[in-house]
Ligand binder design. Structure first.
Ligand SMILES: Cc1cc2nc3c(=O)[nH]c(=O)nc-3n(C[C@H](O)[C@H](O)[C@H](O)COP(=O)(O)OP(=O)(O)OC[C@H]3O[C@@H](n4cnc5c(N)ncnc54)[C@H](O)[C@@H]3O)c2cc1C
Ligand SMILES: NC(=O)c1ccc[n+]([C@@H]2O[C@H](COP(=O)([O-])OP(=O)(O)OC[C@H]3O[C@@H](n4cnc5c(N)ncnc54)[C@H](O)[C@@H]3O)[C@@H](O)[C@H]2O)c1
Length: 462
């Protein structure tokens, strides 16, 4: 029963939180002529375009240019030293972000959905009460409800860290200053992208990672190649370390490590993972349960414990990438219409946008060996690819793992310039279940980075 003084509005689809999956589903469903309400707390277009992928990658472009300017003479140019202008840097980022926000907003309205700016809270199964931003309340019940409220930075329970008011992936992009010394807690995606970026902007950066090395889920040779060029670019890396305490005094942060050493900086960036945004949602009222880490519990169809209630994207515990959230949309769209699409067995690529970038898909060598199948391993230093020489960026290593019997590609790690683009070529071959020989022997235009695939699949080390 719904306990409220407000009239309950019934709609076909109610989307709570306008992330990638939710907004795409809302627009699609509205365009099909159904009644849709999407409630968004503030970020029109969601996390990715406002405070995550899009602003970071815009700043990565600036960082790349700063680094290129530093070696301009090797390209025959005298540019002088690159100098960060915080105002210009901010407006570059904000220009890209606001362009995408405006585009999203226009598309929301054109789709015919009822886009509601407000904060939603469940009051019953499939029913939310919305605190409207411009005052007032609405109560909306969906025949189907999709929860897409995302994640936010998690501040690790390190003594003194919260009190030191660390920067997060969001606040660091306010760009109020470029810290002279920046210490980054966590050597994952967020930590490494910002570490490399701020080193290019002139910060002296130290990354503290508790794992035995960077990227513990990647093969050691790839992690080592990445480690080497980060160090070449001035990023200090301390792995296998435990932070005992963070002490903030008079504008300086001191990070005390368990071995007795101290790292001193002007700012600390907390980059140790993200936590689900479910507080204030009153999920119990909806009959929706969470798992032990607080993510919404879903089955492989992305159905929650409550009937006709689905969860998608980061908050559903899906791998935290925008393209995965988009695929969650495809799955839920099919299942709302009575289908049986599953998240099982998805081939999910991802990229770490250090510069050059790391592009990954499928199994690592270590994972492939663990399956017990017979495999072959191909490796190619990026400097062997002519295009890399013309780009004057020859750092990096490409690697692929192939099934010895079927000759199909099981996975790849491409560390080098433009790898993220090349990866999609390789992934297409995996979708098509092509033997690696097609990439080894096919004509690929010269000089491109993709051309390196010819050479990669002729460079067996095993
Ligand atoms: C710094 C950074 C860089 C990243 N870079 C990349 C990248 O390059 N590539 C990539 O694929 N992924 C990247 N990611 C990950 C990516 O941003 C996330 O996986 C993706 O944004 C998740 O989207 P989502 O669909 O789960 O929802 P989100 O986009 O997180 O949307 C959730 C929405 O719900 C709203 N909301 C929350 N609670 C309520 C409520 N009670 N009522 C109403 N609305 C509510 C929020 O305001 C938000 O807009 C990055 C992440 C970070 C932090
Ligand atoms: N390019 C991209 O696609 C991109 C970019 C940024 C973020 N993301 C997404 O956002 C997610 C969150 O990123 P993230 O970097 O915050 O998390 P993460 O899980 O990728 O990395 C966190 C790192 O912090 C380390 N760590 C944890 N606690 C620590 C401690 N107390 N001291 C030292 N190290 C500690 C972990 O060992 C790990 O290496 C990623 O998993 C990714 O899915 C994607």
């Amino acid at each position: 029963m719904v306990v409220t003084d407000h009239v309950v509005e019934d709609v076909d689809l109610l989307v709570v939180g306008g992330g990638k999956a939710g907004k795409t589903l809302a627009m699609d469903t509205a365009r099909a002529g159904r009644r849709v309400v999407m409630v968004e707390r503030g970020m029109i277009g969601g996390t990715c375009i406002n405070v995550a992928c899009i602003p970071t990658k815009s700043l990565v472009t600036s960082a790349r240019l700063a680094r290129s300017a530093g070696r301009a003479e090797s390209l025959g140019l005298r540019l002088g030293t690159a100098e960060v202008d915080l105002g210009l840097l901010r407006s570059h980022k904000e220009d890209v972000v606001s362009g995408m926000v405006e585009l999203n907003h226009r598309q929301f309205l054109e789709s015919g959905m009822d886009f509601v700016l407000g904060t939603a809270r469940f009051v019953a199964e499939r029913t939310v009460e919305i605190d409207l931003h411009d005052g007032g309340r609405r109560v909306v019940r969906g025949a189907d409800v999709v929860i897409n409220t995302g994640t936010r930075p998690h501040i690790a329970a390190v003594p003194g860290l919260a009190e030191a008011q660390p920067l997060t992936s969001e606040s660091i992009m306010d760009l109020r200053r470029i810290p002279e010394r920046l210490v980054v807690l966590g050597g994952g995606y967020v930590g490494l992208e910002f570490a490399h970026m701020f080193a290019a902007f002139g910060s002296r950066v130290t990354v503290l990672e508790r794992g035995p090395r960077l990227l513990p889920r990647e093969d050691a040779d790839i992690a080592l190649a990445l480690t080497e060029y980060l160090q070449q670019d001035g990023v200090a890396l301390i792995t296998n370390t435990t932070v005992k305490e963070v002490v903030s005094e008079r504008g300086t942060v001191r990070v005390l490590l368990e071995d007795g050493s101290v790292v001193t900086a002007d700012d600390v960036l907390a980059a140790t993972g993200r936590e689900p945004v479910t507080d204030g949602l009153d999920l119990e009222a909806a009959g929706v349960r969470t798992d032990e880490r607080g993510f919404v519990r879903v089955d492989d169809r992305l159905a929650t414990d409550a009937p006709h209630t689905w969860a998608v994207g980061d908050v559903a515990g899906s791998p935290q990438f925008t393209h995965v959230s988009l695929d969650d949309y495809r799955i839920v769209k099919a299942n709302i219409d009575g289908g049986t699409r599953s998240t099982a067995g998805r081939l999910i690529p991802w990229n770490l946008f250090t510069d050059p970038e790391l592009a990954r898909v499928g199994l690592t060598e270590e994972q492939a060996r663990a399956t017990g199948r017979a495999i072959r391993v191909a490796k190619l230093p990026v400097k062997a690819i002519p295009r890399a020489r013309t780009l004057r960026e020859t750092r990096g290593l490409w690697k692929a793992v192939v099934d010895r019997d079927s000759e199909q590609i099981l996975g790849a790690a491409l560390l080098g310039p433009e790898s993220a683009e090349v990866l999609s070529v390789l992934q297409t071959a995996m979708w098509a279940q092509m033997p690696f020989t097609r990439l080894r022997d096919g004509i690929i235009a010269h000089p491109t980075m993709a051309e390196g695939l010819n050479a990669l699949f002729a460079s067996w080390v095993d």
